[in-house]
Design a protein around this ligand. Structure first.
Ligand SMILES: Nc1ncnc2c1ncn2[C@@H]1O[C@H](COP(=O)(O)OP(=O)(O)OP(=O)(O)O)[C@@H](O)[C@H]1O
Ligand SMILES: [Mg+2]
Length: 662
């Protein structure tokens, strides 16, 4: 349905991807993964034609339609949520509006015009579309009362949901979704996942959510090192294959290094001898060739950076206290008579069912919403800071990363350029990245910048709502590293079990307007709450944890597999050598040397072939293929070494004989 052929894209000196080719079939359900800033969003933009390519072609099959959900913002105007969700095409939206005027007594141009409009409207799906839209909107968490509210009165996350509804109603042949789960809570996420699993078209989904990708995908596209790799299976399969691939690469690399060392020994030994100098030269060339194809040592996946972050001023013991707080949204009373306090240095995670009021509690504590009754008191010397997943708007698009960081000097006079660089580095901004403008940052980069700013001038009461949204694993680790050092009071909400385990020291369970504290870590809470059954709702999804500590397959020992062969060959060769020296020594040995040279060339060619196959992701889609190849590779390398050793001996002998004749 869609073909990308040798597509390349750079921004200035930075290449995002080079000569990327991929073929997408109608029934493909693919996850697109890769680190923050790898170019995933850009790849989508290139596919849908919003960004130009530097070279290469993108071809859509005739009549193929696509729908695209952007990562961050989607427009919303005066139209109602239901209108937005049913605006499947401009034509459909226009007909709908036209018919609405007619129904409300407005006159059509003529009877025929009215008939045509009706007819065409029905052809495009008619009122069935609206019914579908209602079902989908409800699934995505909209209440019936929301349907007729103007879209612009909703927060960004809800506008995204309305756009998502529109895409699902339209049902294009290929859905391109950029981190669609960022805006969804657990309940809705499960509905959405289920809906997509029955989606009749193709899917490409950018996501860092392992459980989500596992449920939906039959293949993974991995954007890494400017290349797009295609893997078969779900996300776990991908991790397994990738690990196997890494192991193989390591052993291929070992073989290559072994051979380079071997050739080098020859060059060192014979390079100075006039009669063998040309052969030594050719060996040198061979070394060079080998070094060219040699595989680099695989990079450590997780960049470990430990920086010291600034600490907030030390407050009194009691940091914040709520008394008799009441909070309601219309009829829906979230808290009736709530009391709570937090102390210096506490690190609490808020857990509990969706809609229980976790975000509301955080906002109340932050003073981000006015309370309707009761009191909120901050302790002496306390400043509260609030971080919400979609609160990136206070970044100024025109400024650079560095300028944004330096702005924190207004809050914390200790911020120097050096400190700013250090903390930005702690959030994985490399040297040149700090001169990028905010307008070009990827979703993850923006989140990292917002976090870096927060921690440059840390408040001593830090309230965070889903801070890991948009972040890839190394970035989450960077945040964990920062928060572990943080000595203020931290209260946060997260769906990420690994993150919770790494950061929280206490748990506050929020349900039905009541708070239950657990003075232990997350596992203690799970243990304690198991009896109450509260855990069920909580862990349903969390069962599939993050890909953090993927099970590693035990390393293979390629050399073990290939015993037995070489010895008999050695015997044969010894016999051959003996025969040659007895009969026509010079001729025979010349023939032998040249036969060895041919054999070596053949073995080297095969070695190159196997290496190439071991680098191709397809090799890992069937268990056993890689092992077979690796066994053969090991045999080939052994044979190569034997042949080269023989060649060395024979060449030296030949040199002696030729010298004696001369
Ligand atoms: N117009 C532009 N000019 C210069 N650099 C850009 C531009 N647009 C994007 N970039 C850079 O290209 C890189 C890739 O961005 P992209 O948004 O495609 O990443 P991503 O893989 O979607 O990351 P994330 O997971 O954080 O969303 C980023 O480093 C970004 O800063
Ligand atoms: Mg992106």
């Amino acid at each position: 349905m869609l073909t990308l052929a040798d597509v390349s894209k750079s921004y200035g000196p930075r290449t995002l991807f080079e000569d990327v080719s991929v073929f997408i079939k109608r029934e493909d359900r693919l996850g697109l993964v890769g680190p923050n800033g790898a170019g995933k969003t850009t790849l989508f933009n290139v596919i849908i034609g919003d960004e130009s390519v530097d070279s290469g072609t993108i071809t859509w099959e005739k009549g193929a339609s696509f729908g695209y959900l952007p990562q961050e913002t989607a427009p919303a105007g005066d139209e109602t949520v239901l209108d937005l969700a049913t605006a499947i095409t401009p034509e459909f939206a226009e007909l709908r509006d036209q018919l609405r005027i007619i129904e409300s007594g407005g006159s059509p141009a003529c009877m025929q015009g009215e008939f045509d409009a009706h007819h065409r409207f029905e052809e495009l799906g008619g009122y069935g579309i609206e019914t579908r839209a209602r079902i989908i909107l409800a699934g995505l968490g909209f209440g019936a009362a929301d349907f007729n509210r103007p879209a612009r009165t909703f927060s960004g996350g809800w506008v995204m949901r309305a756009h998502l509804a529109r895409l699902l109603v339209r049902e294009p042949a290929l859905l391109l979704l950029d981190e669609p789960t960022n805006h969804l809570d657990l309940e809705v996420l499960l509905w959405f996942q289920d809906y997509l699993s029955r989606y009749p078209g193709g899917l490409i989904i950018i996501s860092h959510d392992r459980a989500f990708l596992n449920t939906l995908c039959t293949g993974i596209l991995e954007l890494r090192d400017q290349t797009l790799y295609r893997w078969t299976g779900d996300y776990d399969d991908f991790l397994r294959q990738k690990e196997a691939h890494r192991e193989q690469q390591l052993s291929v690399r070992k073989n290559q290094q072994r051979e380079i060392a071997h050739l080098q020994r020859f060059v060192d030994r014979f390079g100075a001898k006039a009669s063998l100098a040309s052969r030594a030269k050719s060996k040198e060339k061979q070394i060079e060739r080998l070094k060219e194809v040699a595989i680099d040592a695989p990079e450590e996946d997780i960049r470990r950076i430990s920086f010291r972050f600034p600490q907030p001023p030390r407050p009194g013991l009691r940091v914040v206290a709520l008394k008799g707080v009441r909070q309601a949204y219309g009829e829906n009373v979230v808290y009736r008579n709530l009391s709570f306090h937090a102390e210096r240095g506490e690190r609490l995670v808020l857990v509990g069912p969706n809609g229980a009021g976790k975000s509301t509690l955080l906002k109340i504590l932050a003073g981000a919403i006015p309370i309707q009754a009761g009191t909120r008191e901050l302790g002496g010397n306390v400043t509260a800071g609030y971080f919400a997943q979609n609160r990136l708007d206070n970044l100024d698009a025109r400024r650079t990363v560095m300028e944004e960081a330096m702005e924190m000097r207004n809050t914390n006079p200790d911020v120097t350029e050096r400190l700013a660089r250090t903390v930005l580095g702690g959030f994985l901004f490399r040297k040149d990245d700090v001169f990028k403008r905010v307008s070009v940052l990827s979703g993850g980069e923006k989140s990292r910048l917002a976090l870096a700013r927060l921690l440059l001038a840390p408040p001593n009461l830090l309230l965070m709502d889903e801070p890991t949204t948009h972040l890839d694993i190394p970035s989450i680790d960077a945040l964990v590293n920062a928060l572990r050092q943080y000595q203020g009071t931290l209260i946060f909400i997260s769906h990420d079990v690994h993150f919770i385990r790494s950061v929280a020291k206490g748990v506050l369970h929020v349900a039905a307007g009541h708070l239950t504290p657990y003075a232990g870590n997350y596992d203690y809470f799970l243990e304690k709450s198991r009896a109450t059954g509260a855990r069920e709702a909580l862990t349903a999804r969390l069962a599939g944890e993050r890909p953090h500590h993927a099970a590693t397959t035990p390393p293979r020992r390629p050399a073990e597999a290939a015993r037995g062969g070489p010895k008999t060959k050695e015997q044969k060769r010894a016999e051959a050598e003996g025969r040659a020296s007895r009969s026509a020594p010079l001729r025979a040995i010349r023939a032998h040397v040249s036969a060895l040279e041919q054999a070596i060339a053949g073995l080297e060619a095969r070695q190159a072939e196997i290496t190439a196959q071991l680098e191709a992701p397809e090799t890992y889609s069937h268990p056993g293929i890689a092992q077979g190849l690796n066994r053969e590779l090991s045999t080939v390398v052994d044979q190569l070494q034997a042949a080269s050793a023989d060649w060395e001996r024979s060449a030296a002998k030949l040199e002696g004989l030729e010298g004696a004749q001369a």
